[in-house]
Structures are given as C-alpha cells and as structure tokens.
Design a protein around this ligand. Structure first.
Ligand code: OSB
Ligand code: MG
Length: 368
C-alpha cells in the first residue's frame, strides 16, 4: 500500500504488487532483486507484474539454468547476461535477476555496491517526484519535500496540467532545481504547449512524446530551449547512442539529458554502460525511480555513487518512503536532501525478511 496516491499522466497508483527475485547460491548466500513493476503496462510494455512473471518463469530463469548446466556455474554478471541476451525485451524481468546477482556478488567481495561498480561519489543531492492531481496538491507535496530539505523537485504534467503546476512551483521556490515529467502524454498536435515552460528556468522536460520514440523528440528539442530528457524511450546503450547521435546532428547535444532507470534498461550493467557513454559526450544523466521500496531505492542510491552521474536522482516520495510497510531494517534518510553512502556491504542496509514474508507469498521456486 502506498502512503499516498501517486498520479501521473497515465493514472493514479494506490497499491502495488510486485515480484522480488531471490537467488540462493550453493555456498549459502542469498541475493534479493526488486522488480519495480506498476500495476499495468501504461508506463511501458512489460513493466507490469503479469508480464514480468511470465518472462521470468517461461524464458529468463530457464535460460539461466540452461547456461549454468552448460558452463558449470554462473560465476559473473557477464555470464548471467549472456544466458538471456537472446531474449528480446523483458528488461524489467532481467533486471530483477541481475539485481539479486549483484547483491550476491557484493556479499562475496564483502564490498558495498558503489565500490563494486567503481563509484567514488560518497555524497550527492537527491530529489523527489511529485505526483499530485491538482495544483494545491502539488504545492502541498512540494512544501513537505522542501521542509525536509530537498533541493530538487520533479513534477508530473499532462496536457491541460502543465504550465499551471510548473509556474506555481517556480513562484513558490524561485531557486529550486525544478523539472517536469510528461510520461509520453503529448503528441504532435499539442507538444508546442510546452514552449511556455521555457520561461520557467526548468532543468528539463522529461519524455513529452511517445514512449517508443527518439527521432521526434530530437526534432522538437530544436524548438525548445529547455533540455529534453528521455526516460521511456531508452532501453539500452544503443538507444542512448542513437539519441546522442540525433541531438548531435541537430547541434543541440547540450540539450539532451537521459534518465537512467536500471530496470528499464535490463539492469545495472547496461545502466553503467549508458552512464559512462553519456558522460564521455557530456550528456547529463540521473537515476530515476519506479516507486521502489527502500530495497530498490538502496540499490539505486549505491549506483548513484558513480561519478559520471551528474544530476540528482529520485530519492523517495515528498513525505518519505513510498510504502506503508517498507522492506529495509534501516531507513534511507537524506538530511537536507543529501544522501551519504556508507561502507556497509552490498546495499548497506538489511533486507527486512519478516516484513517481506508478511506482505507476500512465495510464488515459484526453481532449482538448477
Ligand atoms: O517516469 O519517473 C517516472 C513513477 C511511476 C512511473 C513512472 C515514473 C515514476 C516516478 C517515480 O516518477 C519516482 C520515484 O520512484 O521516486
Ligand atoms: Mg519519467
């Protein structure tokens, strides 16, 4: 159950049921990977629990076991990814397995994930995402977030609810890092409404057009001063490279930003490749959330330790964790909107097995 409803251009979420991948090794280690599904495929194809479970059961897990029997054991994340590389799509499903493997790898190395991933940034600002349904609702959520010290706000917009919430926020917080997210709600007939946002000194406008489009985004980007940020339409390093190519061709590479969501790009390994490739071309990136539990957020925060990630990521809801019952024993606080990575192994926090078992049921067990 969410602590407060979250509204985007495609609907309002109140409760989320989602799969967790639990991997056990022969030497007794357990890794946990959250698959941060939403209730339906309104954000993206295959981001719902039904398709994720089907992909996991029918293709992804059997592919991993097949590879394991062929090569003896899956020793590295590269082996793991190779086992299911032939499967098209299923990014969310793959990401859950990969996350559980990273958790195990970190325990084996006795390292925090940030270190395993080559991170060095131990302290960075984080922000919140505001999914409100009226301007007053948005302002109330923003007030909570700013009261907690957050210095970066992202607000959900859609046709007819764009200039008003963004202007209200800018007037209330003239200095704050402010960005908007349309979740593909505009089309070629109405995207030009967004030109009015150019006066509000926004950091970025996220995914105004279709969830599978890069080309048209690159075209409208030439007519907006505010940088366009791609979320939904980047599934892989190749997609990120395609976007950089097109923005470069239009001479506006400095107006491209990429929201890297590890589950949307099939996991942290691909996410890392994207972060590095973007950084090489000075394209800014940040780590987006999916209303994750504290376990998923903890992994994303570890990933934020990569120095090549430039902008503040999504921490929690404006008022704290998203869920009434969360899944880590320690809270993930960010005093004054600044998160600090510790030296604890893997995520640095303990998975709350008791809470997890109370919330859900074991759906399927595989042995291989
Ligand atoms: O586009 O970032 C998005 C939540 C559901 C679907 C899409 C998005 C979001 C968020 C969540 O903005 C932000 C967070 O997890 O903190
Ligand atoms: Mg988004």
């Amino acid at each position: 159950m969410l602590r407060s409803p979250f509204t985007t251009s495609f609907g309002t979420y109140r409760q989320l049921d989602r799969p967790f991948v639990i991997v056990r090794t022969e030497d007794g280690l357990t890794g946990v990977g959250e698959v941060p599904t939403l209730s339906d495929p309104a954000y993206k194809a295959e981001c719902d629990p039904f398709s994720v479970m089907t992909s996991l059961k029918t293709f992804v897990v059997p592919a991993v076991f097949k590879r394991q029997s062929e090569i003896g054991s899956i020793g590295t994340v590269d082996d793991l990814r190779a086992s299911y590389a032939w499967i098209k799509g299923a990014g969310f499903a793959k990401s859950g397995v990969e996350a559980a493997f990273w958790d195990i790898e970190a325990q084996q190395q006795q390292q925090p994930l940030w270190q395993l991933w080559g991170g060095r940034a131990r302290q960075f600002p984080v922000g919140v995402s505001i999914g409100g349904s009226t301007v007053d609702d948005v302002l109330a959520r923003a007030e909570k977030a700013v009261g907690l010290g957050y210095q970066r706000l992202k607000v959900k917009i859609w046709p007819g609810f764009d200039v008003a919430p963004a202007t209200a926020l800018r007037q209330a917080y003239p200095e704050i890092l402010l960005q908007v997210d349309a979740n593909s709600a505009y089309d070629l007939s109405n995207w030009s409404d967004l030109k009015a946002l150019d006066d509000l000194d926004l950091l970025l406008i996220e995914q105004p057009l279709f969830d599978d489009d890069i080309v048209l985004h690159s075209e409208i980007a030439t007519q907006l001063q505010t940088p366009i940020c791609l979320d939904e339409s980047v599934h892989s390093l190749r997609d990120a490279q395609a976007a950089m190519h097109l923005w470069q061709k239009n001479g506006i590479l400095d107006r491209l930003i990429i929201n890297i969501k590890p589950p949307r790009v099939s996991g942290f390994a691909e996410a890392s490749e994207i972060a590095h490739a973007c950084n090489e071309q000075q394209v800014r990136t940040w780590i987006g959330g999916m209303l994750d539990s504290a376990w998923g957020k903890a992994m994303n925060l570890q990933f934020n330790g990569l120095e090549c990630i430039d902008l503040p990521g999504d921490h929690f809801s404006p008022g704290g964790p998203y869920f009434e019952q969360d899944l880590t024993l320690e809270p993930l606080s960010a005093p004054n909107g600044i998160f600090t990575l510790g030296d604890g192994v893997s995520t640095g926090v303990e998975f709350d097995w008791a809470a997890f078992e109370k919330l859900g049921t074991k759906v399927e067990t595989f042995a291989g």
